[in-house]
Design a protein around this ligand. Structure first.
Ligand SMILES: *[C@@H]1O[C@H](CO)[C@@H](O)[C@H](O)[C@H]1NC(C)=O
Ligand SMILES: *[C@@H]1O[C@H](CO)[C@@H](O)[C@H](O)[C@H]1NC(C)=O
Ligand SMILES: *[C@@H]1O[C@H](CO)[C@@H](O)[C@H](O)[C@H]1NC(C)=O
Ligand SMILES: *[C@@H]1O[C@H](CO)[C@@H](O)[C@H](O)[C@H]1NC(C)=O
Length: 367
């Protein structure tokens, strides 16, 4: 008879295959990347997920660069995409984003909107929305999510050609789903981080619209939230920025805030997730163990990225309190949709019954 420890060892057996990749793979496979690692492009751009690595599901583009207040709309000429949905997420510093639906702009029946996005704030630019942006702080990280993946070929082509004023064939822009709008004049009358458009910003709840007729703004912790406690011993707060309802069923993006197991167990206790759509996580806070079938478990900290192809089983567990990550899932019916379906509406930024005193204080002062 085998001693008990060999059985325990077997349960947590290492497969020997590492999930860590040196850079973004050129084909679809599970992988994880350390913060800042991945396919690079001049100007502080890193692509941890591309059309090639995700099977065209989505592209994630991190821009780490400097800017300054009042910089104007320097993040590119105002333009429209007809087939590409583009989300702007501020991770560090501040980003100003402008947007207006193309048809209602032409008909003069809508109002141009702009927001100053601080860390954790999101601006969604649906198809057919004129937009431009600007980085406003010396150390800013803008995380772009572009759907479908493959749009990034434009950035690489443009950079090889020296930019839109440096030899790039502007007549080729339509081929890349880029339609310049030189007459669009970004407004500069921001008060309290916003100008134009209905709804709240940091002054009340930011519900998600059920259509794509205007930019969608979600301030950190002011969007809708669900608490999932389906598995005893842990909590997950899902805060979607967009679900399939806001993206015509093409993708979802949001954040998950996860408690460690009450008993301190790690990923071995976590239920296996198997989605018909691709999934990516980018870490924001805490520490997350991720085990993808066929690979050794990895431990992720802030800025690290993990990508799991459609259909590949994986599991995840927090090993620190308030472990938080941004997710992107393809098709609008991924992990987030399951957690929301099994969850309850939630208004707090905190999960219940947390062990740390800072959590208890946060709950005491909750309004
Ligand atoms: C994607 O793959 C194609 C075909 O191999 C290649 O030409 C292209 O450069 C790749 N794109 C990126 C962004 O790596
Ligand atoms: C657009 O509509 C506004 C009022 O809604 C009006 O003041 C403005 O003159 C219109 N602009 C054009 C170019 O028609
Ligand atoms: C889109 O949704 C917003 C917010 O839910 C609503 O105010 C607006 O009327 C809708 N627009 C259309 C064209 O349905
Ligand atoms: C939404 O999806 C449907 C079916 O996939 C497609 O026919 C339609 O063109 C899409 N709408 C937009 C605005 O992309």
């Amino acid at each position: 008879m085998l001693p008990i420890w060999t059985l325990l060892l077997a349960a947590s057996a290492a497969s020997g295959a590492t999930l860590w990749a040196p850079t973004t793979p050129q084909s679809v496979q599970p992988y994880s990347l350390k913060k800042g690692h991945g396919l690079k492009l001049a100007g502080g751009n890193t692509f941890p997920v591309t059309g090639n690595s995700s099977g065209k599901a989505f592209c994630i583009l991190n821009t780490n660069a400097g800017g300054f207040p009042g910089a104007g709309a320097g993040g590119g000429f105002p333009h429209v995409h007809r087939k590409t949905y583009e989300n702007f997420y501020a991770v560090k510093g501040r980003v100003q984003l402008w947007g207006q639906n193309y048809d209602t702009y032409k008909a003069n029946t809508s109002i141009q909107q702009t927001r100053i996005l601080g860390p954790g704030d999101l601006g969604a630019i649906p198809y057919n929305t004129i937009h431009t942006f600007s980085l406003l702080e010396p150390d800013t990280q803008l995380t772009g999510v572009l759907v479908p993946g493959g749009f990034e070929e434009f950035f690489f082509q443009m950079s090889f050609a020296g930019g839109p004023t440096g030899g790039f064939d502007n007549t080729a822009l339509a081929k890349f789903d880029v339609y310049p709008q030189p007459d669009f004049s970004p407004r500069h009358d921001v008060v309290n981080g916003r100008a134009g458009g209905p709804g709240n910003w940091y002054d009340g709840p930011n519900p998600l619209p059920n259509n794509m007729s205007a930019p969608i703004w979600v301030a950190k912790n002011y969007g809708p939230r669900w608490l999932n406690r389906q598995q005893a011993g842990r909590y997950q707060i899902v805060a979607p920025f967009v679900t399939g309802q806001q993206t015509n069923g093409t993708f979802s993006q949001g954040t998950i805030t996860l408690s460690p197991y009450a008993g301190g167990e790690g990923v071995a206790k976590a239920p296996v997730v198997r989605n018909g759509v691709a999934t990516a996580f980018m870490m924001e806070e805490g520490q997350l163990e991720v085990k993808v079938e066929g690979f050794d478990a990895v431990s992720l900290i802030d800025g690290d990225v993990v990508f799991v192809p459609a259909g590949t089983p994986f599991a995840y567990a927090a090993t620190a309190e308030f472990t938080k990550f941004m997710y992107v899932t393809g098709g609008g019916k991924g992990l987030d949709a399951e957690l929301i379906a099994g969850g309850e509406r939630w208004t707090s930024a905190f999960y219940p019954d947390a062990k740390s005193s800072s959590v208890a204080l946060g709950r005491m002062f909750r309004i």
